[in-house]
Design a protein around this ligand. Structure first.
Ligand code: HEC
Ligand code: HEC
Length: 359
């Protein structure tokens, strides 16, 4: 896979120069959008015959190859572009989107994890709004009747009770993040400036087959909302839970979407952990193999190395995704539950590595 990328690099560069001639108009609208206290005040929603608030059909619904784990919540993601504008394709980076774009992400909690798509409670809708000065992030909390959602600048803790995979009742505190907490994850470092950026709107996450032989990005291009797309060597991460892919690819894809927006080369310095969990990273020391953590403390769980090959139980990385203890838990925010299936995947991956003594 990685050697393939290298081989094609030159060709891709040539194609890229080509591509630059086709550019999206990203600044048609340079006005500041109003931030409303009620979701119903935005243009992109309407009421159905029962009075429930719904997103308009004009939005661009999308899914990712692998999503972020958020306490088993189901999510619906919709992009609303200003009319007549397009998204600019980029092979390696987050796509550029026009000023005035609104990305919505709505969280639904199933009552029973064995029936994850039934009986869903609508919890919150997170918005990323592209203002002339940059992206603005905030969440709205839904009422039970689903007729309104109110802005939650400071976030909120919602106590929930659900039935888990073993059929047991469990209670936990679901966190609607505050605006500051959005920043913890949606943060990009360009030189010394930090800004809010979208995370999932990248080729590698969006490049997936949505109907036989048609990829999501191809469809976007056909619809006229994606510009500069070249259907040639488009990066693609596997679905972390699709067993047709290798264990390693699946584990690395899981770490990419769940961890790499904090653990990447650009922000790793700032994290003082220097752990790089992007799918593209090829240096196993950076990924954590036989790496001693940059920061000591209870996060280590008394262990010495982030990953000890063949020994998940001795690996800090495995320990930190298996716990909910604050100060040790990874990601440090965004979940109150352990992602059993994710933990199992990482455990199997570490245990499948050929044993190597770290000392
Ligand atoms: C724990 C880290 C984390 C926190 C906290 C967080 N996000 Fe995200 N968010 C993500 C990740 C990772 C994705 C991409 C994966 C996905 O959509 O499942 C994402 C996706 C999104 C998207 C879809 C567009 C995109 O960036 O891919 C929106 C909109 C969004 N988040 C808004 C918010 C808002 C608003 C807040 C604060 C109220 C927030 N997020 C807090 C990690 C986080
Ligand atoms: C919101 C940002 C954020 C996210 C998301 C995040 N981490 Fe971290 N991680 C940190 C910070 C900050 C540190 C350093 C402080 C500490 O050790 O608690 C850290 C440290 C670590 C360490 C110790 C590494 C070292 O060598 O020092 C491990 C292992 C780790 N994270 C694993 C993960 C994994 C696995 C995920 C995804 C499942 C993840 N992290 C997601 C912020 C994050």
């Amino acid at each position: 896979m990685f050697t393939l990328i290298k081989k094609f690099n030159i060709l891709v560069v040539i194609f890229f120069t080509f591509q630059c001639t086709k550019k999206a108009n990203l600044n048609l609208n340079s006005k500041e959008l109003l931030i409303f206290s009620k979701l119903s005040e935005y243009e992109f929603v309407e009421r159905d015959f029962q009075g429930k608030l719904k997103f308009k059909k004009s939005g661009l619904k999308y899914t990712l190859n692998t999503a972020l784990f958020s306490d088993y919540a189901q999510k619906e993601r919709i992009i609303f572009l200003p009319s007549g504008t397009q998204i600019q394709y980029n092979r390696k980076k987050v796509f550029d989107m026009p000023i005035g774009t609104v990305i919505t992400k709505t969280f639904f909690m199933p009552k029973n994890l064995l029936k994850p798509t039934e009986n869903l409670q609508k919890l919150e809708t997170r918005l990323l709004i592209h203002q002339p000065k940059g992206w603005f992030a905030v969440s709205y909390i839904w009422n039970q009747a689903e007729t309104e959602a109110e802005i939650a600048y400071g976030g909120k803790v919602i106590p929930l009770q659900i039935i888990n995979q073993e059929g047991k009742d469990i209670q936990f505190n679901y966190l609607v993040p505050s605006r500051n907490q959005c920043f913890n994850c949606h943060q990009a470092y360009e030189g010394n400036t930090q800004a809010i950026v979208p995370i999932g709107i990248q080729a590698k996450h969006l490049n997936k087959e949505i109907s036989l032989g048609v990829s999501q990005l191809e469809l976007w291009e056909k619809k006229g909302v994606l510009v500069g797309f070249l259907n040639f060597f488009v990066p693609k991460l596997p679905d972390a839970f699709d067993e047709r892919y290798s264990l390693e690819e699946r584990a690395r894809a899981y770490l990419d979407i769940n961890c790499s927006y904090c653990h990447n080369v650009k922000s790793a310095g700032g994290l003082n952990s220097k752990l790089v969990l992007t799918f593209e990273e090829t240096n196993f020391q950076e990924i954590g193999v036989c790496k001693t953590p940059g920061s000591a403390g209870k996060g280590g769980g008394g262990l010495r190395y982030d990953i000890v090959p063949a020994k998940a139980e001795e690996s800090i990385l495995y320990y930190r995704i298996s716990t909910t203890e604050s100060g040790a838990m990874m990601p440090p925010i965004g979940r109150a539950l352990v992602h059993k299936e994710g933990v199992k995947l990482i455990q199997d991956w570490i245990n499948s590595m050929p044993f190597k003594n770290c000392f």
